[in-house]
Design a protein around this ligand. Sequence first.
Ligand code: KG4
Ligand code: ZN
Length: 491
Amino acid sequence: MLVFPPQEGAEMTIGFFFCIDLRSFLLRVLGLNDNTSEKNITHNSIFCYSNPMITLGIETSCDETALCLLETKGEYPALEYRVLSHIIHSQAEMHSKYGGVFPMMAKREHAKRLAPLLEQVIKESKIETGSFEASRADLENIKKICGEHDDDLYHSIIGSSLIKVRPAIDRIAVTAGPGLEPALWVGINFANALASLWKVPESGVNHMEGHIVASLLPKTETKYAFESLIECSFPAIAFLISGGHTEIIYIKEIGDYKVQGATRDDAIGEAFDKVARMLGLPYPGGPEISKLAEMKREEVKIQKTKVEGKEIRSGAIGRDRGSLMSATARVGEIFQQKNVRAPETLPSRSLDINQRITLPRPMINTDTLDMSFAGLKTAVLYELRKHEKIDEPLKKEMAREFEDAVTDVIIAKLERAFDAHEANTLIVGGGVLANKHILEACKAFALRRTITFLPPAVGLSGDNALMIAMASAINGKNQASEITAQGNLSL
Ligand code: KG4
Ligand code: ZN
């Protein structure tokens, strides 16, 4: 993700304590509104969830406004679930005009969208709703929660049906971090407002735990019978690759995480976006680069088929075969010169007889699980400067070589991680996993090491609220009586 620094001053709202006391809990069960309660008594000791229970998930950490209603019963690992409704509204088109995400712009867009999207999610889920009327005190409370910086959110809530209906929601789970703080705060304020209005408990969820949990869901479509989660054999190692994060995590069990390595500068998604920008491609750049890289791979395959066809016809080792062999040797040499261990498999590159560009694989051989991608991005810039014109063939070649360089580093770090830790499963997650080449390379790695491979569920590699609701349902530890936005929250 390419993020521009906030232009307006940091807009923060005070975190509030929203809890459920026994009285309001009973009133809620009876479907009555507790207008007199101050709602500031801790809930986690006395609140008992219904079973099955419905969790509202809210995700606004970056440029996706996502909401979900998830029904669960039982406890992890025996937990069963079904998705009642699930929506992701991407702001990518809006940000693409500027080539990256402006946090304050993202925040304003979330503020406008959250209430209408929630109305839609409630309607689609067909969950029970009871009518009620928000009191003046409720509305004042919502105003206080939204504060002067979230006026858009306040107006959007009070102009919606959310103040007139009470859906049968048992819990609200909201992303607390990591992410863009102004964007996180809108989601949290929205959750706080609803929790106070409907008197339900809330939990703050770590976005990265959400990306881990996204690999445990066999089904993500709505309207099906209850489903069990995928059984994960722990310990596991998770490689999370998104626009804001690139982390390797050792997972002893759900809730017990240790970060083993992370990028020291740019996240991989961020590097994709920045390189795309250099190539004049729109934001988000990841999908654009992967499209071009794919095209290049196809071209090389066709080229290879032609060369092999010629060889068979002539029955001799022709000039092209010589070129192919020297191209392979050249790549090996380059790796030697750069003091970089050539990765085991370089199928497309070694067959590309016309390859002009070889990028470095930063930190590929360093004895750490940390990574660095800022230098790779700079190497792209220097390579581009050598060319008068950034034409289509150059863009494709650069995209393919960049994708290969990133993939080589990922696989080398995975080798190192699994050498250092006994682990049975590889979990991968984050928006960059939409990249077929990277996903396939990770899958091939797992196959080679005979470990179980858990990729993100279909449609859940990017940011979504289903993973947030599920993380909260699985890991009860992340309950919070006060939720604050934590841009750098770690696992
Ligand atoms: O996880 P995510 O949706 O949001 C964050 O939490 O950051 O990840 C978004 C990132 C963006 O940087 C985007 O360019 C990248 O994922 N991305 C891709 C692909 N699709 C999305 N990167 C490489 N190849 C893709 N196909
Ligand atoms: Zn993410």
